[in-house]
Design a protein around this ligand. Structure first.
Ligand code: FEO
Length: 503
């Protein structure tokens, strides 16, 4: 089946109503997904991406009903993961030697999966273009780590369509293709789930890359994603929403998650939630048992919360394994701007709480005092839990604006203009004007962390491979500097700060 997208662009992808797992079993696709492939028929005929390998034969069968495959001049692969490039082998079996345009990293991955190093690969970089005839071009924009090192987007001039691949997409299946045709709440819930569970670690890069795309100052009439809907109505809304989420996002919400051997820690969670509500009836308090609730929903709630309370019974003097797993995943997601505390019931030793505290600090939370209860909470202990909840509500009360409804992102140009995360000043020893006119000051001993791959720039060491001498402060590192691990620019680095004291 094909769907007309715009002028000479058609959707030639595949619906997958029944898929329930992505990335092993780590991402639950509760609404299915789609694999969006696009066929452009100008003077040149181009296929943008393919579909998941498990649908390769249906994909080619459908494509052959639409076009003589031999008329395809070029194949563009924006991302090499198998849900996009999976049908390449079957396709090239029909049309060998068709040129494939992709990033250098994509070749590594495609060859690694398909074992065909002799395919007709053509490496593209940001700014490279491919002429389609009829006065239109495809322009390539590398987007490494959004969300893989090989990722890129492709912009079509004339029609002003941005083929964004995974970015701005959702695991959401509907026979209707365009955002103005589907349920907005359902759609935005899936956008949030995708961002919170996959893109959060790369938030600094999201901001930098969106600013780079916007700086091209080209119109964007549609955003054609690789999963879910095509953004036809006000496509800028999802760009604005990404900028908002990327900027240390939080709502007036507290997420409590726990696991409980004998219901004692669950009783504590309920009482703490009640205490919070007694003091602050406006804050949304959401309570989850990690053993029973959908993990991705818990993580989505944690992402939009101002604070997280983590509870566990003590078992063998450690926390319960499912809580440990959640904390490990949260550490990897690198949430910003959030408070946290631990609680739990114990019998002989309360080792779980100590370990949760340590993990919360490792994960970058501002940690508050914990609460332990011995055995099953009696009436007095329940009152202590409620009082603890009241204390949390008072300490974590928002003084800023009320929560934002993610189902209705504001169409506000100001969001775009305020996209650069604020830098906090340090002791003044080096002062250098930044590109946007702001002045950021760095001490010569300030180390910087690549927020994408965690490589650390140590001024004492410099980076000799890029002619940055030992003793060079971050402010003096040239703007063309690239992270030696992941190849990204200075925009994705953040100052390493010492941990805050526990209240
Ligand atoms: Fe849709 Fe990164 O795969």
């Amino acid at each position: 089946m094909t769907i007309h997208v715009k002028n000479n662009i058609s959707w030639v992808g595949q619906r997958d109503w029944e898929v329930r797992d992505f990335h092993g079993t780590e991402f639950k696709t509760e609404k299915g997904t789609s694999y969006n492939s696009y066929l452009i028929q100008e003077e040149k005929t181009v296929l943008i991406d393919t579909v998941d390998h498990k649908f390769c034969y249906e994909f080619i069968q459908q494509l052959e009903l639409e076009i003589d495959l031999n008329k395809i001049d070029y194949i563009v692969i924006n991302h090499a993961e198998e849900d996009h490039a999976g049908a390449l082998a079957a396709l090239l079996n029909k049309i060998p030697n068709t040129p494939i345009y992709c990033t250098e990293n994509a070749i590594d991955s495609i060859v690694g999966h398909h074992h065909q190093p002799d395919w007709n690969f053509n490496v593209v970089k940001t700014g490279d273009s491919l002429d389609l005839g009829n006065g239109k071009q495809l322009v390539f924009i590398e987007t490494p780590m959004l969300h893989w090192p090989d990722s890129m987007m492709t912009y079509m001039t004339g029609d002003a369509v941005l083929f964004s691949n995974d970015a701005f997409g959702q695991h959401y299946c509907d026979e209707r293709l365009f955002n103005d045709e589907v349920d907005t709440k359902e759609l935005m819930d899936q956008c949030l789930r995708y961002y919170a569970n996959i893109l959060t670690p790369f938030s600094a890069l999201v901001t930098a890359k969106i600013k780079e795309v916007l700086s091209l100052n080209v119109p964007v009439d549609m955003i054609a994603t690789a999963h879910g809907v095509v953004w036809r109505d006000n496509p800028i809304q999802i760009i604005e929403q990404y900028l908002t989420w990327a900027d240390k996002y939080q709502e007036d919400r507290i997420t409590i998650f726990y696991d409980s051997m004998s219901n004692n820690t669950r009783m504590m969670a309920d009482a703490i939630a009640q205490g919070i509500h007694e003091v602050d009836s406006q804050v949304a308090v959401k309570v989850f048992n990690v053993a029973r609730h959908d993990k991705n929903e818990i993580l989505s709630n944690a992402f939009i919360s101002k604070g997280v309370l983590v509870g566990s019974s003590t078992m063998n003097n450690v926390m319960m394994p499912k809580v440990a797993g959640m904390l490990e995943e949260i550490t990897g997601l690198r949430f910003k701007n959030k408070k946290a505390a631990a609680f739990g019931s114990y019998g002989w030793n309360g080792g779980a709480i100590d370990r949760i505290e340590s993990r919360l600090e490792d994960a970058g939370f501002e940690r508050f005092e914990s609460l332990k209860t011995k055995w099953r909470p009696d009436g007095k202990a329940i009152l202590e839990c409620r009082e603890y909840g009241r204390m949390i509500a008072r300490e974590w009360a928002l003084t800023s604006a009320p929560a934002t409804d993610v189902s209705a992102p504001a169409a506000n140009q100001a969001v775009l203009e305020q996209a650069v995360p604020e830098q906090e000043p340090q002791a003044v020893e080096v002062v250098k004007p930044m590109q946007d006119g702001a002045v950021v000051q760095f001490s010569p001993d300030t180390s910087m962390l690549c927020t994408v791959c965690q490589w650390v720039y140590d001024p004492a060491q410099g980076e000799p491979n890029q002619d940055v001498a030992p003793g060079t402060a971050w402010s003096e590192v040239p703007d063309y500097f690239l992270c030696p691990e992941c190849g990204l620019g200075k925009d994705v680095f953040e100052e390493i700060k010492t941990k805050k004291a526990v209240a």
